[in-house]
Write a protein that binds this ligand. Sequence first.
Ligand code: NDP
Length: 288
Amino acid sequence: MTAQIISGTELAKEKRLQLAKEVEQLKKEGIEPGLTVILVGDNPASHSYVKGKQKACAEVGIRSTLLAFPETITESFLLEQIKQLNEDPSVHGILVQLPLPSHINELKVIETIAPEKDVDGFHPINIGRMMVGQKAFLPCTPYGILWMVQSLGVEIAGKHVVVVGRSNIVGKPVGQLFLREHATVTYCHSKTKNLADLTRQADILIVAVGKARLIGAEHVKKGAIVIDVGVNRLEDGKLCGDVNFEEVKEVASYLTPVPKGVGPMTITMLLHNTIEAAREYAHRQVQR
Ligand code: NDP
């Protein structure tokens, strides 16, 4: 059996066409969705991610503004910028590109973003709302993964989802989203013993670790759906995932590639959240 490759690029294209129509409609109603991205320092990967996000905004008609600051800015300066954006009615979404320089406390920065403008879905209020099943901005990568799996048309309820990785931005929330869909969820991490024994039980295996080709054929049950979140740069400059693609494609039923898998869906869900933030803002104005 050779796995069917899930094209994040194709799924993202489809979803973005629909989002562009939603933006067009909002503009007719006098609302132009606006996203402000804050970039601190010269990290080349961050620059490239921000560029991708701005390009995607332009594609669907969202106005995006970049505030780029040198590495040397103080934490209080950054917090002040965010507070000003919180008050700006033309800004519906605020995204601070992570990682930040080590002298700036990331959690403090995230907590300063108004939850109704937190389109990354990282604010503890949004995470808490997600956990208790309330309306919230869902973190973009986990949301994109759920979207991808749902697009396959497979039943999620009752499936065993094994998540490798427990970061606050990918591993933990993605497990919660699948739990909400009535999957049985197991989390694995660096202290997990006998990783393969657990991953081999997965009907849906989600890997978000950041270690090139950690997951081989021996970790995967025949016919499993495998979602590879990892992005690793090899010595030859090429990108590769956490899953050994060549091996696992012979065992899995569906597999995401790296690049062109989860990445494009992550950005698409950011667009989705920004449009939702603009819509919610307009709704609050009408209610006043
Ligand atoms: P983190 O470094 O924050 O978390 C990595 C997780 O992997 C930790 O929970 C860690 O466990 C676990 N881990 C480390 N080694 C092992 C191991 N040998 N076996 C099992 N678990 C292990 O990473 P992120 O969640 O931020 O990102 C993960 C990957 O996904 C990265 O490659 C990143 O670039 C990529 N990524 C891709 C995105 C996309 O849109 N495509 C978006 C976000 C991230 P412990 O908690 O015990 O330390």
